[in-house]
Design a binder for this molecule. Structure first.
Ligand code: COA
Ligand code: ZN
Length: 309
């Protein structure tokens, strides 16, 4: 099996995870989780989004969350933005990186951002030039519904690659391909990323999987085999798009780190610290998290007596 020796896992739980929570999570708890996570070895974390507070009330305290972040050395603090207003708000707080999102499929883009893809592309270009003018902050461009759209079904690979090419031409520092509603399968991931890496071997690319249909971990393996070394994940497996029917959580950060480390692939992330933080998160949101390792424990935790049954 051809595998890398080290990969980056980026936690997006404080954005993708929290945006689906109906009950408002107190800002102090959000900040506490950001600061706990930041000490565990992540090189990048997406800690909030600067979206319309009417669209996603949970994210109304985005600026306060950034202000409360301890800014641990070596961690890139990123925030998602949907438009220029979001980019302006985010840049005022001094985040290190913007993640501007649009959907590859028209219907999801209209449901999520209330505009056609063409207008979103213009937004992407504007956000990139704004970030360049204001301190040269890097902008990652996320292509949502890259592997399927809950309204339209299949999303043609050529369309994904065309939009990726356009985002790069606009000056995107890096790209993320997002499986917004868990429609990707491993073969599809391998083929799309294979084509992308053939065309753009030097572009930093991140894969963002939701585990809606239990294919998330298999998709990560397919991504690894296609040469991808950056993966998003959300603490505890929380998350989902509030504007997609049947959305559910991202792959859980602790499950991803556990699998990779079991495979001898280094993540640099403190797994025990992650589990402790996930237990803290369970208390904050008042329910059990969907991640697997939280329930089963690590492979290495197995008690000898457990094997006698
Ligand atoms: N931050 C704060 N306020 C914003 C904003 C932003 N990024 N973008 C727009 N607004 C405000 C406008 O100022 C305006 O306020 P007003 O009515 O008080 O003047 C209002 O929101 C409507 O603005 P408009 O440009 O017409 O936006 P819209 O209502 O069509 O909404 C989006 C478009 C993109 C802003 C909104 O749909 C959104 O934030 N979506 C994000 C969805 C999301 O987070 N999805 C999950 C992550 S992928
Ligand atoms: Zn997501």
């Amino acid at each position: 099996m051809r595998l890398p020796t080290a990969v980056n896992v980026f936690d997006v739980g404080c954005r993708d995870g929290f945006q689906m929570e109906k009950q408002f999570i107190p800002t102090s708890e959000k900040v506490a989780i950001v600061n706990r996570l930041a000490r565990l070895g992540f090189r990048k974390m997406e800690i909030t989004s600067f979206v319309s507070p009417r669209a996603v009330p949970q994210m109304q305290d985005a600026a306060l969350v950034v202000a409360g972040a301890e800014r641990v050395a070596g961690v890139t603090y990123a925030a998602l933005v949907p438009n220029m207003k979001g980019a302006q708000r985010a840049l005022e707080t001094g985040v290190d990186e913007l993640n501007v999102v649009f959907s590859v499929s028209e219907s999801h883009n209209r449901a999520n951002l209330r505009m056609p893809v063409a207008d979103s592309l213009k937004n992407v270009a504007d956000v990139i030039s704004l970030a360049r003018d204001q301190g040269g902050k890097p902008v990652n461009v996320s292509l949502a519904t890259s592997f399927g759209c809950p309204f339209e079904g299949e999303v043609p690979r050529e369309r994904v690659l065309k939009l990726a090419r356009e985002a790069l031409a606009m000056g995107a520092a890096s790209l993320s391909f997002a499986d917004t509603t868990g429609m990707a399968n491993p073969r599809q991931v391998y083929e799309l990323l294979g084509s992308f890496r053939d065309q753009f071997p030097d572009v930093q690319v991140t894969l963002h999987f939701h585990n809606t249909r239990a294919m998330g971990m298999a998709n990560i393996l397919a991504g690894l085999q296609a040469g991808v070394t950056n993966f998003d994940a959300a603490l505890g497996g929380l998350g989902g798009c509030p504007f997609a029917p049947g959305a559910s959580g991202n792959v859980a950060t602790e499950d991803v780190v556990h699998m990779l480390e079991e495979m001898g692939i280094s993540t640099g992330i403190d797994l025990d610290g992650l589990l402790e933080t996930a237990r803290y998160l369970e208390k904050v949101i008042g329910r059990t998290l969907p991640g697997q390792i939280m329930k089963a424990g690590k492979v290495k935790d197995l008690h000898p007596l457990a094997c006698e049954q």
